[in-house]
Design a protein around this ligand. Structure first.
Ligand code: NAP
Length: 289
C-alpha cells in the first residue's frame, strides 16, 4: 500500500478561488474590498518572504493588502501605537503582526493589543478562549488548513484517535481543540511525552508540529493512518546545499500511511489560503456587527 498524497497546493488554490468569489461579493455589497494589514518588524529574511507571499496572495484574491515594515529597533510603545491605529481604521479588517518579534518586544502584549475582531492569526487570548469553549472564533490558519485536509481525507472524524505532536499556541493547542470539536479522541504529545511512538501507533490521525526533522518514523504509523506534517525544517546536505524537510520521515511513512501531506506543498500553502479566508470572515463579521 502507498499513501495518497494530500495535495496542499491544489486544495489551497481551490480555497483561494472560493475566497476570491466571497471577496467580490463583499465588495459589491459594501462598496469596498476587505483589507489585511501585515506588520513586519526587523529584517529576518524568512519573515520577509512570508510577508511578501501573504501580500501577493491577498492581491490575487482581491483583498487590499497593507504593509508596514518597521526597523528592528522599533520601540514596543511605537508598535503598540501602530496596532491601536490599525484597530481604529475602518478599512482594516485584519491585522497580522509577523512573528517572531525582536527580543525587546513582548509578543504576548502585542497580540493582546490587537482587536480580537481583526485578529486574523487567531492568536489573541479571546479567540483562543472562544475556540476552546466551542464558540465561533477566528482560528489560527495552520491548524485550520490541517483540519480541512484531514476532513477531506477521512470524511467524518468523530470517534477517531488523533495524536497531535506539539503544544504550541499557534499550531498544537488549536489543532487539538479543532479535532476535539469534531469529536475525535485527542492526545496532545510534547517533549516530555513518554513513549511517543506508542501513542502514535494507536492513531488514526497524526499531526506533527514539532520542528524536529524526520521525527515520525514508519513503524510509528498505523497502516492506513492520515499523517499531516506541519514541520518545516531546513537541513544541510553533504554537498553544502540545504533541503526543506518535515517532521515526518516521508520515505518511511509513505508506504504505511493511508494519506500523507508532502513538505513542501502540503500544509504551507493551506496556511496562507486560510489567512485569506480569515480576513474575509473578519470583514463579514465586522460588517454585520
Ligand atoms: P514550537 O512552538 O517550537 O513547538 C514545538 C512543540 O514540539 C513543543 O510543544 C515541543 O514540546 C514539541 N517537541 C519538541 N521536541 C519534541 C520531541 N522530540 N518529541 C515530542 N515533542 C517535541 O513550534 P511551532 O511553532 O508549533 O512549529 C512546529 C513546526 O511547524 C516547526 O517546524 C515550524 O516551522 C512549523 N510550522 C509550519 C507552518 C506552516 O505553515 N507549514 C506554520 C507554523 C509552524 P514542549 O512544549 O514540551 O517544548
Amino acid at each position: 500500500m502507498t499513501a495518497i498524497l494530500i495535495d496542499g497546493k491544489a486544495r489551497a488554490a481551490a480555497l483561494r478561488a472560493e475566497v476570491a468569489i466571497g471577496v467580490a461579493a463583499f465588495a459589491a455589497a459594501h462598496g469596498r474590498a476587505p483589507g489585511l494589514t501585515v506588520v513586519l518588524v526587523g529584517d529576518d529574511p524568512a519573515s520577509a518572504v512570508y510577508v511578501g507571499a501573504k501580500g501577493k496572495a491577498c492581491r490575487e484574491a482581491g483583498i487590499i493588502a497593507g504593509e508596514y515594515k518597521l526597523p528592528a529597533d522599533t520601540a514596543q510603545a511605537d508598535l503598540l501605537a501602530l496596532v491601536a491605529a490599525l484597530n481604529a481604521d475602518p478599512a482594516v479588517d485584519g491585522i497580522l503582526v509577523q512573528m517572531p518579534l525582536p527580543r525587546h518586544i513582548d509578543s504576548d502584549r502585542v497580540i493582546a493589543a490587537i482587536d480580537p475582531a481583526k485578529d486574523v492569526d487567531g492568536f489573541h487570548p479571546v479567540n483562543a478562549g472562544r475556540l476552546a469553549t466551542g464558540l465561533d472564533a477566528l482560528v489560527p490558519c495552520t491548524p485550520s488548513g490541517c483540519l480541512m485536509m484531514i476532513r477531506e481525507a477521512l470524511g467524518d472524524i468523530s470517534g477517531k484517535e488523533a495524536v497531535v505532536i506539539g503544544r504550541s499556541n499557534i499550531v498544537g493547542k488549536p489543532m487539538a481543540a479543532l479535532l476535539l470539536r469534531e469529536s475525535a479522541t485527542v492526545t496532545i504529545a510534547h517533549s516530555r511525552t513518554a513513549d511517543l511512538a506508542g501513542h502514535c501507533r494507536r492513531a488514526d490521525i497524526i499531526v506533527a508540529a514539532v520542528g524536529v526533522p524526520l521525527l515520525v518514523k514508519g513503524d510509528w504509523v498505523k497502516p492506513g493512518a492520515c499523517v499531516i506534517d506541519v514541520g518545516m525544517n531546513r537541513i544541510a546536505l553533504p554537498d553544502g546545499k540545504t533541503r526543506l524537510v518535515g517532521d515526518v520521515d516521508f520515505a518511511e511513512v509513505l508506504p504505511r500511511a493511508g494519506w500523507i501531506t508532502p513538505v513542501p506543498g502540503g500544509v504551507g500553502p493551506m496556511t496562507i489560503a486560510c489567512l485569506l479566508a480569515n480576513t474575509l470572515k473578519a470583514a463579514m463579521s465586522r460588517a454585520a456587527s
